[in-house]
Design a protein around this ligand. Structure first.
Ligand code: ADP
Ligand code: MG
Length: 351
């Protein structure tokens, strides 16, 4: 067999491959866009979806907007207003830091940005393909002035139009829509004080609708229903030695659902953690009837320098210092609250 020569891949190929690793499905794109709205200080976020986000996904915020002169590079890979040096990573408080999301989306979809900063007399609109400004043949691709409110609206159309295999694998728009609603629900619950809405194009009432003045518990009630929200116990703890603090709403021993619902935020990031999932299952196995599972919303804060958020392109998995000890401490808090609630219940029923 003759030896094949090694060639450098075209940047467009490299970028599309990388984009596919960050954006697996509409819900990943939405999560990135949502986090950008929150990073921009938005207090209102409205999401509109068509065909599970595969055809059309639009997100409008009232945040600080993007400067006109940044519009030319905003969708290039590794352009960001959030991180300057590697060291900043250990102090990063924004969701974003590596300037990959908009670039990635523009490599696998048609992306349009309409944005207005508070000090600009008008909004600007720009369209992007493969990280660059784009326009139909013969037209100028420069951002165009237009009417618009302060903030940013991002429209993503025809997701995976250039990745037919990926597109074919995502066969069910309703399943994709459910995943989007799930992401929005979780962010809405965690970010009380910000109003969220998520609906399908052409419908009046959305699947998610929260207001700026509703509490975490109100939002859980709005999204998951009273049957869950009325059975929740509040749990709060802080441990200096382990450098963590947490707040949680956990279902009591009288409540159970078919599958565990775990809304986990670590340093305000929606993440997954096998160790915390396992701990929750352990806590409730002895409490609930066989096949019953809890609802747990847990917001855990850890010293930023004790956590590595840069282990995965989707930032979904995180690891932190003293993970086992912290998880154990949380487990004890949960058990304490659950036992207390159980005791008072027994007490009440006896009197
Ligand atoms: P990152 O969030 O990691 O910086 P992104 O590709 O998600 O990278 O966004 C690139 C930049 O575009 C951000 O740093 C920010 O300056 C700007 N941006 C994106 N979305 C918004 C938004 N909704 N409002 C204001 N600025 C935004
Ligand atoms: Mg971002």
């Amino acid at each position: 067999m003759s030896t094949p020569s090694i060639r450098r891949l075209d940047t467009s190929v490299v970028n599309r491959i990388a984009a596919g690793e960050v954006i697996h499905r509409p819900a990943n794109a939405l999560k990135e866009l949502l986090e950008n709205c929150l990073d921009a200080g938005a207090s209102q976020i409205q999401i509109t979806v068509k065909e599970g986000g595969l055809k059309f996904l639009q997100i409008q915020d009232n945040g600080h907007g993007i400067k006109k002169e940044d519009l030319a590079i905003v969708c290039e890979r590794f352009t960001t207003s959030k991180l300057k040096q590697f060291d900043d990573l250990s102090r990063i408080v924004t969701y974003g830091f590596r300037g990959e999301a908009l670039a990635s989306i523009s490599h696998v979809a048609h992306l349009t940005i309409t944005t207005k900063t508070a000090d600009s007399p008008c909004a600007y609109r720009a369209a992007y393909v493969d990280g660059q400004l784009s326009a139909p043949a013969g037209q100028n691709s420069d951002p165009k002035p237009c009417a618009g409110n302060n903030g940013t609206q991002i429209t993503v159309e025809d997701l995976f139009y250039n990745m037919p295999t990926r597109k074919k694998a995502l066969r069910s728009p309703s399943d994709e829509y459910n995943r989007i609603v799930d992401v929005v629900s979780r962010y809405a619950i965690h970010n009380h004080g910000v109003s969220f809405s998520c609906k399908k194009v052409g419908t009046m009432t959305g699947e998610v609708q929260t207001n700026t003045n509703t509490s975490t518990l109100d939002n859980i009630r709005q999204i998951y229903g009273t049957s869950v929200s009325s059975e929740l116990l509040f749990c709060e703890a802080e441990a200096e030695a382990l450098n963590y603090s947490m707040k949680a709403y956990i279902s009591n021993a009288n409540y159970s659902m078919k599958r565990t619902t775990l809304l986990l935020f670590i340093n305000n990031r929606l993440v997954e953690s096998d160790s915390i999932k396992r701990m929750v299952d352990t806590v409730y196995t002895s409490l609930l009837p066989k096949g019953g599972h809890p609802f747990v919303y847990l917001s855990l804060m850890i010293k930023p320098e004790n956590i590595d958020v840069n282990v995965h392109p989707t930032k979904q998995k995180v690891h932190f210092l003293n993970e086992d000890h912290v998880v154990e401490a949380i487990q004890e808090e949960f058990l304490k609250i659950l036992e207390n609630a159980n005791d008072s219940r027994t007490f009440y029923t006896q009197t």
